[in-house]
Design a protein around this ligand. Structure first.
Ligand code: SF4
Ligand code: SF4
Length: 439
């Protein structure tokens, strides 16, 4: 498997082994061993939850530095600002103020992602009307959700909309438009996406549904924001943007769904809420829904871990900006172009098979079930695994020993200690079975 590039990484020097992150990870991708966390790459979906929760800033997102693109030897550099970028500024009434500041920063062109979002909304409406796809259709715009489905909800893969996210479409359109208008060959043009989250960095570096991305650089919104503030001015701005309410609304939860003009769609945000919806869908609890929009971050992309503004404040700012925009500025006038569509099917990623030999795998599964049933079931995380079930699996895989369970260790010490209180007092207070003098 080749696509294990991850934006989310761990700095072991900063990690204190506090186990805060292991309980928060939605795919149980983190373990703590020998006092340090590590990420199981095959399971990580780059949702960024561990970045948010780590009190020691040991988890971080990696991306390209702004200088990398501004100093790159391309003839033409195009900035791709997402809707969430426009939601970071106070009292913004004109998107051209931000777009013109991007030019002053050193970009040659700007192609706002929301332009492509309006076209993707159009394409989605057509697929919903004429396409042969399982209902409810699940949006593919949030890459953390798409990866979550691929590793945790294999039966839902067929529900996922087989269209590229707006940023990927924007990158392709921006290059094509620039090349046609300037005569500069495509290979001398680069695109730089200003990302609100780690998942979109990963999606650009190792895309889903395609072999290669049209995005050449991915910058962090929080790095670009202060540089933009220095360049923003009410004067001498150029008419660069061409976005309506439909496109800009994609920046917050519910924007994509409402653009489809359907009555029966559901939008949920925050990774835990999204998981609940997917579990209910797997249990066939939704029989009248046509479309489900899920965003891993609270509030949608405005809540991405690389943004600067509080997501709820950003959402309000986006609503204000919408007032100054027409309904929509971009329509598909031809059949859905091929480059809008995934050329690879979304398939279940059996990332953690127990063994290539089926009978050995079955035996291991049996061992896991037995061990899990014998553990206390407290899911306390003291062993460095996120749950007793995950710990049992780690033991059977040879990645942990049964004695790493603090309760197992207690039982062994108490057994060994017999009536010797000195030895039994080695068991830490919260884990002792009975109170003694010092308890
Ligand atoms: S939250 Fe996780 S990564 Fe951060 S210090 Fe604790 S164990 Fe290490
Ligand atoms: S980014 Fe998400 S999936 Fe990856 S290790 Fe962190 S919490 Fe887990």
């Amino acid at each position: 498997m080749t696509d294990f590039y991850h934006s989310v990484t761990l700095d072991p020097d900063k990690c204190k082994g506090c186990i805060n992150c292991i309980k928060r990870c939605p795919t149980e991708a983190i373990r703590v061993r020998k006092g340090k966390a590590y990420i199981i790459k095959e399971l990580c979906i780059d949702c960024g939850e561990c970045i948010r929760i780590c009190p020691h800033h040991a988890k971080q997102a990696t991306y390209d530095p702004v200088t990398a693109v501004l100093q790159a030897p391309y003839k033409l550099k195009i900035a791709l600002p997402p809707p969430a970028l426009f939601a970071q500024f106070n009292n913004l009434e004109d998107m051209d103020i931000v777009a013109s500041a991007l030019l002053r920063m050193g970009f040659d062109r700007v192609f706002e992602v929301s332009r492509a979002a309006e076209l993707v909304s159009d394409a989605t409406r057509r697929i919903m009307k004429y396409g042969d796809i399982k209902r409810p259709v699940i949006s593919s715009a949030c890459p953390a959700i798409t990866r979550l489905i691929r590793v945790r909800f294999p039966e839902l893969c067929d529900h996922v909309l087989p269209l590229h996210a707006p940023v990927e479409v924007a990158a392709a359109l921006a290059k094509k438009e620039a090349s046609e208008q300037t005569g500069i060959p495509l290979e001398e043009i680069c695109t730089a996406f200003i990302s609100p989250c780690a998942a979109k960095v990963t999606a650009a570096k190792s895309p889903i549904g395609a072999e290669h991305s049209q995005i050449d650089y991915v910058l962090a919104l929080k790095d670009v924001y202060p540089l933009l503030l220095e360049q923003m001015s009410e004067e001498q701005n150029q008419p660069l943007t061409n976005t309506g309410r439909i496109g800009i609304s994609w920046g917050s939860s519910g924007g994509e769904g409402s653009a489809l003009l359907l009555d029966n769609y559901l939008a949920a945000d925050g990774i835990e809420n999204a998981i609940r919806v997917l579990e209910d869908l797997e249990d066939e609890k939704f029989d009248r829904l046509d479309f489900i929009e899920l965003n891993a971050c609270s509030g949608g992309c405005v809540g991405g871990v690389l943004t600067v503004e509080n997501p709820y404040v950003a959402k309000t700012k986006l609503q204000r900006l919408r007032k100054y925009l027409p309904v929509s500025c971009n329509r598909l006038t031809s059949p859905i172009p091929a480059f809008f569509k995934w050329d690879q099917k979304l398939e279940y990623q059996p990332v953690m098979t127990l063994d290539s030999d089926l009978s050995v795998a079955m035996q291991k599964l049996n061992d896991i079930e037995q061990l899990a049933a014998s553990l206390p079931g407290l899911d306390c995380g003291s062993c460095g695994s996120p749950s007793c079930r995950a710990f049992a699996e780690d033991v059977v895989r040879g990645k942990a020993a049964v004695g790493d369970c603090i309760f197992r260790m207690r039982d062994e010490i108490e057994l060994l200690g017999g009536d010797q209180t000195d030895l039994r007092d080695l068991v830490p207070l919260p884990f002792r079975k009975e109170e003694r003098d010092n308890g």
